[in-house]
Ligand binder design. Structure first.
Ligand code: PHE
Length: 451
């Protein structure tokens, strides 16, 4: 398909905002704090930082190399680079993971709209923790409310994607991402004024290594994949829309830095509040939804802080959902030869079903379970800890071992213009360090390696 038909980003800034928009999402603001809370805070943070460097950065670069080398999407890139082989199945894994993630992600995005509404209407003011919890459960138990909201959110995502790469995806990211950064800054500064500031900070920054076990390591690895949108072909697709030459290492380094800083800043915005109001940090997925409204309700100026916070989550969720939706739309256009309009409509229909199932599985007493988990938790875990890590592992192996060395060098260095000296190190990391790290963690988890 010609580049004019498939679409392209128009500027470096637009590309950067789109990539950051994909990376920064519920993963940073909802998933990172709750995982860190459950896994001992600082110890988890440290592991996460190591894995970001060892696996995250090399892998985001690998995906960018595959997309730039081919100007094709998740499945097409493999078809072009390794014809007559089964490598393209890795691309399909990404598309499947996309279904799983959008299924539960849209439900949480729907919750955030609900909380935003509550915050604006000043609805939860003066409620105790128990009342808030009961309210949240009652909301989920209605079934139809979360379903309606998540399907609505998917509709919004579909609208942005429908407008195309430049006028939809790029344009909205350029507007929303700077707004998000501004809001986060305000929240972070506000956190400094809370009495639980020191306790929250030491929870986040003073590691307790006794908390680290193989599950912690796998959770940290899964989080690295999740937060940088890796292993799904989203980055392959986005990079295939980049037509201007760029210093890839620098621009992806900046993305990783921004994404990581936002996760940490979210921690700084959240944990002091959690400790100030003596709430347990180990709640799990409900952490920000149960603790924060409670905190806002008791804080001076909490009304406005609450509105900002839920606006922040809503924006972050939208730009990430757009990236997954775009990856899948691109697949249907390129490989199934559909028009953008048809692809978007099909996806909207099928994804609405998956997301309704997820929301329904959270109703108390629901029998929508898979392998002992409700559908929602199952899809979260399946996609981040397994699908994304396995296909991510295959993507680095492909880049390090299957792609010709000449091509790898040419694309990484933009035809010899940038980073020639660092290239051998990059190649070594992609060939050996990253795949070995992922493989060890994975094998230990499934019990094939005993520590
Ligand atoms: N990176 C996004 C986040 O942190 C989630 C995401 C995963 C987006 C996979 C695209 C692909 O919320």
């Amino acid at each position: 398909m010609k580049q004019e038909q498939r679409g392209a980003f128009s500027s470096h800034f637009g590309t950067m905002m789109a990539v950051v928009g994909s990376a920064v999402g519920l993963g940073n603001i909802w998933r990172f704090p709750y995982l860190a809370g459950m896994n001992g805070g600082a110890a988890f943070l440290l592991l996460y930082l190591v894995l970001i460097l060892l696996v995250g950065l090399p892998l985001i670069l690998s995906e960018f190399i595959l997309g730039r080398a081919t100007h094709r999407g998740a499945v097409g890139a493999f078809k072009q680079l390794a014809p007559k082989s089964k490598w393209y199945l890795v691309g399909y894994m990404g598309v499947v993971a996309g279904f799983c993630i959008l299924g539960f992600y849209s439900v949480i995005a729907g919750w955030s709209v609900r909380f935003l509404y509550d915050a604006v209407a000043n609805f939860r003011v003066g409620q105790s923790y128990e009342e808030l919890q009961a309210g949240f459960v009652a909301f989920r138990n209605t079934g139809w409310q979360p379903i309606l909201l998540s399907v609505g959110f998917l509709g919004l995502t579909a609208l942005v994607v429908f407008r195309g790469v430049e006028k939809g995806v790029e344009r909205w990211n350029k507007i929303l991402m700077p707004l998000l950064l501004g809001i986060l800054l305000v929240l972070c500064v506000n956190s400094f004024t809370l009495s639980g500031f020191r306790e929250g900070m030491s929870f986040l920054f003073r590691p307790d290594f006794s908390k680290i076990g193989i599950d912690t390591v796998l959770d940290a690895l899964g989080q690295v994949f999740f937060t940088l949108s890796l292993g799904m072909g989203v980055m392959i697709t986005y990079s295939s829309y980049v037509v201007k030459p760029e210093n890839m290492l620098r621009s992806k380094g900046i993305v990783v830095l921004i994404d990581t800083s936002i996760a940490i800043v979210s921690g700084i915005a959240i944990f002091p509040a959690v400790f100030t109001f003596q709430i347990s940090p180990t709640q799990g997925p409900d952490l920000i939804f149960l603790t924060l409204p409670n905190v806002f309700a008791r804080m001076s100026g909490g009304h406005y802080v609450g509105i900002l916070f839920f606006l922040l989550i809503t924006i972050a969720a939208l730009t990430s959902m757009v990236s997954i939706f775009e990856m899948m739309t691109n697949y249907m256009m390129e490989e199934l030869k559909m028009t953008r309009r048809r692809a978007v409509m099909w996806l909207f229909g099928t994804l609405s079903l998956v997301s309704a199932l997820c929301a329904q599985s959270q109703v108390e007493g629901s029998r929508l379970m898979i392998a002992g988990y409700n559908v929602f938790d199952f899809l979260d875990m399946l996609s981040a800890n397994y699908l994304m890590t396995i296909s991510g592992l295959l993507i680095v192996i492909f880049t390090g071992w299957r792609l010709s060395e000449k091509r790898l060098r040419r694309v990484f260095t933009t035809n010899g213009t940038y980073n020639n000296r660092i290239y051998p190190l990059f190649r070594f990391v992609v060939r050996f360090l990253s795949p070995i790290a992922v493989a060890i963690i994975f094998l230990s988890k499934i019990g094939l390696l005993r520590g």
